[in-house]
Design a protein around this ligand. Sequence first.
Ligand code: FAD
Ligand code: NA7
Length: 448
Amino acid sequence: MASRVAVVGAGPCGLAQLHAFEEARRGGAEVPQVTCFEQQGDWGGLWNYTWRTGLDEHGDPVHGSMYRSLWSNGPKECLEFADYTFDEHFGRPVASFPPRAVLRDYITGRAGKGGVRRLIQFGTAVRWVRYDRGAGKFAVTVQARDGGRARTEDFDQVIVATGHFSTPDVPSFGGFGQFPGRILHSHDFRDAREFAGQRLLVIGSSYSAEDIALQAAKYGAASVTISYRTAPMGFGWPAGIEEVPLLSRVEGRTAHFAGGAAREVDAIVLCTGYRHSFRFLAEELRLRTPNVLYPAGLYKGIFWLANPALMYLGMQDQYYTFTMFDAQAWYARDYVLGRISLPPPREMAADIARWRGRLAACAGPADEIDFQASYLADLNKQVDYPGYDLDLTRAHFKDWEHDKMTSITGYRDRSFSSPCTGTTAPPRHTPWWHELDDSADTFLGHQA
Ligand code: FAD
Ligand code: NA7
């Protein structure tokens, strides 16, 4: 019987994996039977926006964490598929920081062209995965979410591509139980207009805090106070946004912060990050890690050390996204196809330790960008993913970091050059800070 591979999730990682197998098949390779299970009704993962929060229509936790008016937070040139460029997809150059709908169109455009939809069972959640040592197979229990009965199928390999920005990490602070306004986690944030006229408190000092604070101010919040735990982001914030130390407690509408400052606030958004959560995996298969650039226990950032027939994609913290997912998907595929063999466990563990040692020595974003670029280079050199200028993307990321410090409201107006085609993106038609319309039509329709 042909060997079988289960891919869990049809977001950017799962789609990269399906595409990688299809490319090999088109190239004449004999590929195993690949089945992707996706709990949502469509592909795209987080990029498949939903208005829902809490539980979805089937009573499962909502996967989506993206919000309206979400724009790419890095240059699109740093995530460009080498085998499906932005120029190819849009038929012309487009600006460097597209809104969510445009990036979704790009991701699903390649998947559509590659013809991988037939490999996906939509509306089908993976409920449980365990490994049967005797049989040398995974027993994967799936359930059609429209009330279908659960069934269990055997697979030789399982590739987990379920993302890690969907299960919120939700701390509590003194006085929250009595706070008279709304308290939510960024996972449930959908539309900044809700906070127009309000005094908003944002807790956290990473991407979500930065972007939700800006969104709220852009769409009319009366003021935004950002409370940090470890260090302030330190950007040159526009009028109406300020950073203060960690919240100590709220009393009524008064928020008190370490150091003694206090502010009146109407609503609170906890931008406190996410948990890696794999409730569908048996305990001994379950990755447990904070959000770091090189999780422990994953050889090459992919293979579950204790059982490499289980693979994880995209579980790292991310500067690189789609191109990192491609590198991982190609590498995982080549292992499945027998083109790459893995060293003994002791060597794999030593390799993980080397990468993590190097990560520990990183002193800031520039080092981290180099670290993740080196990780991509390490994977890419062993697979037949088309070449692109990875060093250019590394330089772009460093320029982007610099741009953010220069102008946090203006960095999305910059143009970058493609590492695949060399094309320089046209300028935006409207400065991002003044652009309130995030539709694909407006973004694409008014291109220079
Ligand atoms: P996901 O996109 O989360 O997809 C996982 C898929 O697995 C989903 O479709 C889900 O339904 C499915 N799934 C989960 N569990 C099961 C199950 N048990 N059974 C079946 N299916 C399951 N990246 C960028 O490059 N640029 C950005 O601007 C950007 N902005 C972001 C903004 C926010 C608010 C967040 C949260 C993330 C952002 N990201 C951004 C990073 C984002 O993580 C990646 O772009 C990408 O979506 C990760 O892809 P993934 O396939 O790993 O996970
Ligand atoms: P991140 O990048 O994991 O950051 C989480 C932030 O939350 C970080 O600043 C943490 O502060 C902060 N945090 C966590 N727990 C607490 C508590 N208890 N109190 C105060 N602050 C806390 O998550 P994001 O949501 O910003 O980004 C995730 C993805 O979404 C990212 O890829 C983006 O593209 C969009 P710390 O610095 O550890 O003190």
